[in-house]
Ligand binder design. Structure first.
Ligand SMILES: [Zn+2]
Length: 232
């Protein structure tokens, strides 16, 4: 069984991080309200700019959408949503995969220089590129979700002991996928106009994760700024 580790790296920020020197690239995309120079703190994280934060695909109440439906077993609800989030995050990740290569992203990172390492089945840590980490993560999740012993689909079959732990691991890996997309590929998401989907997906994902306590605060810390902006 594979695993995952993270730490704060000491090297340069991910190669796609916005800097004062490459604002020109952003301006050519679709900015209508160029106030970048007036807000220095936003220069580093394009996804915190107000006009991007407002872009969502739905105004539905995500707390209502997330709440456990009356009469439904909680494990069933967790399984259903784990599968749904996996499909949606995998879809967006795949849509941006042409921008995420071993050259553009030689290290799997999130914001704040958070480095993600994969742990192989022998417990050995592997420092790998972002696309390779994503491949490992998605394959691992796919194997779990299709394992009848972990995510049973037959009526009357109960969920295994430790199910919650495995669900938390699925959400951890999905969060890291989103974390890398925000850190390194938000400009790419803007370029192909899927950033409203990304914002909505992150908001729903975080609302669900908070409701069922699926992610540690220390894990989500690198995205706290945008999480707070999207959920408040
Ligand atoms: Zn990447």
């Amino acid at each position: 069984m594979g695993g995952c580790q993270s730490f704060i790296g000491s090297g340069d920020e991910a190669s796609h991080t916005l800097t004062a020197e490459n604002h020109g690239d952003i301006n050519t995309l679709k900015l209508k309200n160029n106030n970048v120079q007036k807000a220095p703190c936003l220069q580093e994280k394009v996804y915190l700019q107000d006009h991007f934060l407002r872009e969502r695909i739905s105004d539905v109440d995500l707390f209502t959408l997330t709440a456990l439906p009356h009469g439904l077993d909680q494990n069933e609800w967790l399984a259903f949503n784990a599968i749904s989030f996996f499909k949606n995050i995998n879809l967006i990740s795949s849509a941006l995969s042409e921008f995420c290569t071993s050259t553009s992203c030689p290290t799997a990172k999130g914001p704040g220089n958070r480095v993600y390492e994969w742990m192989d089945e022998h417990g050995k840590k592997l420092k790998c590129s972002a696309p390779l980490y994503t491949d490992y993560a998605m394959s691992y999740i796919q194997d779990l979700l299709t394992d009848e012993n972990v995510f049973p689909t037959r009526a009357g079959v109960t969920f295994p002991n430790g199910f919650m732990f495995l669900v938390q691991k699925v959400f951890l890996l999905l969060f890291r996928t989103l974390s890398h997309l925000y850190s390194a590929h938000y400009r790419d998401a803007v370029a192909v106009d899927i950033h409203p989907h990304l914002n909505t997906l992150l908001t729903h994902f975080i609302t669900f994760s908070h409701t069922f306590r699926l992610l540690e605060a220390s894990e989500t810390a690198p995205l706290d700024d945008i999480i707070n902006a999207l959920t408040h």
